[in-house]
Design a protein around this ligand. Structure first.
Ligand code: COA
Length: 258
């Protein structure tokens, strides 16, 4: 696996790729303060698709951008799809990444054949406690992660690796990400049945940050959708329960697109 980059307005956007012998792709979009490594387990999915995980602008190995916004993240994904000449693209988004995937789909519906929602929602209000700790006391934000983002019995090693990754992101960038989430509200648009592509909705039973209710909302208003609640997992299901997540994605792809 190599780590190349695309060029967005003269700046580098890094991505990891497991290549296929066609132009089909699943693009994995990480959540607030995370980076492409969060999807490491999903880059070994056994399907003949290019599996791509990007570092959003100002995250990990991507260049620093002065102003972060949902539109910039949508543009980074669009740039990747166009520069790699990808066709038949499925977007998979976690948390903030799910907001990017929805917004991308609303702007470029013709480029997307499917959506995978992983612990996310059509509205993502953020607790003022999280925003305050990010602004004033980053350590207290990090300290809240094991209880806030994970199932109580998730292995310490998995949590440690996650904290190691999010510590790479400057606190101001993570704060911007959560502010973008806090302002994201597409409940009404989703309610109108605007999402028409096959959609897979995955959520941890113990997810406190994007509770099951958010996923049920997608299930209720996306006609062609299926939902799986994953037991003994919190907000970080793709690292907490990679086997279950991968199986669900493989079955979804095989059943719906092969
Ligand atoms: N899908 C479906 N329903 C949703 C939703 C979604 N994505 N987002 C909010 N709602 C519903 C809520 O369940 C609530 O319904 P109710 O009035 O029947 O109880 C209503 O919309 C309003 O909720 P919300 O927008 O969240 O505002 P609030 O003032 O009630 O609560 C918070 C604000 C921040 C306390 C709350 O959103 C919260 O606890 N969030 C989870 C923690 C967090 O910070 N997550 C980070 C996400 S990135």
């Amino acid at each position: 696996m190599k780590i190349p980059f695309t060029n967005l307005d003269g700046k580098k956007i890094y991505y990891q790729i497991t290549k296929a012998d066609n132009q089909k792709a699943i693009i994995f979009i990480h959540g607030s303060g995370e980076n492409s490594n969060i999807w490491t387990n999903q880059l070994s999915l056994e399907i003949n698709y290019n599996l791509i995980s990007l570092d959003l602008p100002s995250h990990n190995k991507s260049d620093i951008f002065p102003d972060l916004s949902l539109q910039l993240y949508v543009d980074a994904v669009n740039n990747m799809i166009d520069s790699l000449n990808l066709k038949s693209v499925i977007l998979a988004g976690h948390s903030l990444g799910g907001a990017v995937a929805q917004e991308y789909y609303f702007q470029h519906p013709q480029k997307i054949i499917g959506l995978i929602f992983v612990g996310t929602g059509a509205r993502l209000r953020v607790s003022p406690m999280i925003l305050n700790s990010l602004k004033n006391d980053f350590q207290s934000y990090l300290d809240s992660i094991p209880v806030g983002a994970f199932y109580r019995k998730t292995k310490e090693k998995i949590i440690e690796l996650f904290i190691e990754e999010i510590t790479k992101t400057p606190p101001g960038v993570t704060y911007s990400d959560f502010s973008i989430c806090d302002n994201f509200d597409e409940l009404e648009r989703v309610k109108k049945g605007t999402i028409k592509v096959p959609s897979l909705i995955l959520v941890g039973k113990a997810d406190k940050l994007t509770p099951i209710k958010y996923s049920r909302f997608f299930k209720d208003y996306i006609n062609d959708s299926e939902m799986l609640v994953i037991d003994k997992a919190g907000h970080m299901i793709m690292t907490e329960k990679p086997l279950e997540v991968n199986k669900a994605i493989e079955e979804f792809i095989t059943k719906r697109f092969e």
